[in-house]
Each structure stands twice: as structure tokens, then as C-alpha cells.
Design a protein around this ligand. Structure first.
Ligand code: PEP
Ligand code: MN
Length: 346
């Protein structure tokens, strides 16, 4: 059950509602937004009686029962779509947002050139890892603080917002100083300490689906972030592990319409990590637009054969420019569909 208080409800009204919920034997989980307080109610008891009683309380705008295990992120909580603001853009709004850049920040030259190129080709955000989750402890682990500084410089030079990965709750504050959007990598989707601390980071979060996670688990992880105070979560499908070996992962693009039915949060697709192969990225980007994703996150490198990570799946500059040109008519249709009253197509 979720209780939305009216904007600017008084402290007394809020406390009154909390006390009533406690009387019913439930636990209270409130999110104090700038404008309003939303109170999540969890536990076992007589939901109908509790709802009826609370609806009549002063200061209460809406009390709804939510049957899904994820509450704040569910469609039952919010029927429409959430558009998440990142650096003056909206993910989940009327623009299709392409985020592009190298897997890892490697040098000033590499990130500056890439930022300039992807910006000129139509990308709206720059991606790049400064803290890298690598399978082997002997592989390049990222430029860390130096990488964050370079990302900031590239962002300032091009006007692109920065999305970069945070791997540990210890780094949240530092990365939030540099990034417009905090990326949680697939390997950390269930790092609950990290998810909890992102609740208070003051930045939107791009939450990637775990390598072997279900859609329900993805939504439960998003719920952690929201329940800890941060409603700005963008979901990302990046391929899941299956028996198939022709691609690095299996791209579950069905996740887009499935998530549309279950959540109001925006969804972006990452065909680079999903396929692991450069030639497969452009066709899957077209599919992403057609299926109604809110955007893409794509790896691009000035010289993929020399990349320290994920070279095989990184697009070259000409590949990226060509792909953006080819996507343009699809994105035009996407926008028209988004502008329809019932968002009939996407
Ligand atoms: C990345 O974006 O470079 C990355 C490591 O992605 P994922 O967490 O999806 O593997
Ligand atoms: Mn990568």
C-alpha cells in the first residue's frame, strides 16, 4: 500500500498518518520529496480497512493498494510514464536519447575525441567507465579519479551529460560530484548496499539488468533505490546469459514491452554488451527504436582494436556516424508515435 500525501501536507498530518499505519501493525517507509511525502506501507494485515481509514485523513491525497512486490516502481503506483531528468534532458520523455562513448576512459585524447565525435553525430550523453568491473583482477581496472576528471572535461567541452559506473557504496559521493547519471553495472545489480546508498546520491541512476537476473529482480533492485529516497531510475537491458554462444549475451528486447506493462520507469537498451560484436550493434539499435525503448547506450572508440576493454563490440567513428544516419528515420517515427495521445505505437 502506498499513501501519497498532498503537496506541502503539514508535519502533523504526516505524523498522524504514520501513527495510524503503526496502529494497524504495518511498517512505514516514507520518501520525503521536495514537494510531497509518499509513504510506503509494508506488512501483513487488514489492507482494506487500513486503506479506507487513511483515505479520509487530512493531508492524504491518495491511498492505493499495490499487489506487485515492487511498489513505488510499479504501474499500479503510477499509471503514466516517468521522464527522468539528466543534465537538462529527459529520458522517457519526447526525445530518443542516445548515450555513447568508450567502454573505459583511457586517456585525455581518447575521451575528448570520442566526446566530440559522438556529440557531433547526435549523441546526447557521454558514457565511459572510470571504475571498471573486470572479470580478471589482472585486467585494466579503470583510471578512477583521473578518469572522472577527464569525463568532466569532455562533458564541459561538448555539453554532453556524463553517465559512468559506480561499483561501490564507498565511491558514491565522489562519482556523484562528476557524473550526471550514476551507472550500476550488471554485476552490481544486486549489490544492495550500493543500491541503498544511491537512494541518497541526488543523481539519476542507470540500473543495468544483471547477467542472470529476471525482470522481477531488476524491478526489485530499482525499488531499493526508490525506497531509499531516489525516484530517478532508468532501467537498462544489456543482454542476459543463456545457452547461446553466437552472441556475448542474449538480447532480451522483449524486456521493453514487458517493462512497459509493469513499470512507469524508462528503459534504455545496450546492444553493445548484449551482442559483444560490432556488426550486430546497428541492426539491434534499429530494433530498439522500433520496439519503443527510451534510448540507447552504445560503445564507441576511436580505435577499437587498441581499446583496453570491449574493443570487439565498440563501434568506430564512421560506424557510429553511419548508424546515427540510418537511425534518423526510425527516430522520426518514434517521435511521432510518442506524440500520439495514447502513445499507440510505443
Ligand atoms: C559497461 O557499461 O561497460 C559495462 C561493464 O556494462 P555491464 O555492466 O552491462 O556489463
Ligand atoms: Mn564495456
Amino acid at each position: 500500500m502506498i499513501i501519497s500525501m498532498r503537496p506541502h501536507a503539514t508535519r502533523e498530518e504526516i505524523d498522524h498518518v504514520r501513527e495510524r499505519i503503526a496502529d494497524f501493525g504495518y511498517k512505514v517507509h516514507s520518501i520525503e520529496g521536495e514537494e510531497r511525502v509518499v509513504i510506503g506501507v509494508v506488512g501483513v494485515g487488514d489492507v482494506t480497512a487500513c486503506l479506507e481509514s487513511l483515505e479520509a485523513f487530512p493531508g492524504v491525497e491518495r491511498a492505493v493498494r499495490i499487489s506487485a512486490p515492487y511498489k513505488f516502481v510499479s504501474k499500479e503506483f503510477k499509471k503514466g510514464r516517468s521522464a527522468i531528468k539528466v543534465n537538462g534532458l529527459e529520458v522517457g520523455g519526447g526525445e530518443f536519447i542516445v548515450m555513447a562513448g568508450p567502454c573505459s576512459v583511457e586517456s585525455e585524447k581518447q575521451i575528448m575525441e570520442t566526446a566530440e565525435f559522438v556529440a557531433a553525430s547526435g549523441a546526447r550523453m557521454l558514457r565511459g567507465g572510470a571504475f571498471k568491473p573486470r572479470t580478471s583482477p589482472y585486467d585494466f581496472q579503470g583510471m578512477e579519479l583521473e578518469g572522472l576528471k577527464l569525463l568532466r572535461k569532455a562533458g564541459q567541452a561538448t555539453g554532453l551529460g556524463i553517465v559512468t559506473e559506480v561499483m561501490s557504496d564507498r565511491d558514491v559521493e565522489l562519482i556523484a560530484e562528476y557524473a550526471g547519471c550514476m551507472q550500476v553495472g550488471a554485476r552490481n545489480m544486486q549489490n544492495f548496499a550500493l543500491l541503498k546508498s544511491l537512494g541518497g546520491c541526488g543523481r539519476p541512476v542507470l540500473l543495468k539488468r544483471g547477467l542472470s537476473s529476471t525482470i522481477k529482480e531488476l524491478l526489485m533492485s530499482a525499488e531499493y533505490i526508490v525506497a531509499h529516497g531516489n525516484p530517478d531510475v532508468i532501467l537498462c537491458e544489456r543482454g542476459i546469459r543463456t545457452f547461446e554462444t553466437a552472441t556475448r549475451n542474449t538480447f532480451d528486447i522483449a524486456a521493453v514491452p514487458v517493462l512497459r506493462e509493469l513499470t512507469h520507469l524508462p528503459v534504455v537498451l545496450d546492444p553493445s554488451h548484449a551482442t559483444g560484436k560490432r556488426s550486430l550493434v546497428p541492426p539491434l539499435c534499429r530494433a530498439a527504436v522500433a520496439i519503443g525503448a527510451d534510448g540507447l547506450i552504445v560503445e564507441v572508440h576511436p580505435c577499437p582494436e587498441k581499446a583496453v576493454s570491449d574493443g570487439a563490440q565498440s563501434l568506430t567513428f564512421p560506424d557510429f556516424a553511419g548508424m546515427m544516419r540510418d537511425l534518423a528515420p526510425y527516430i522520426r517515427l518514434w517521435k511521432e508515435a510518442r506524440a500520439l495521445p495514447a502513445a499507440a505505437l510505443v
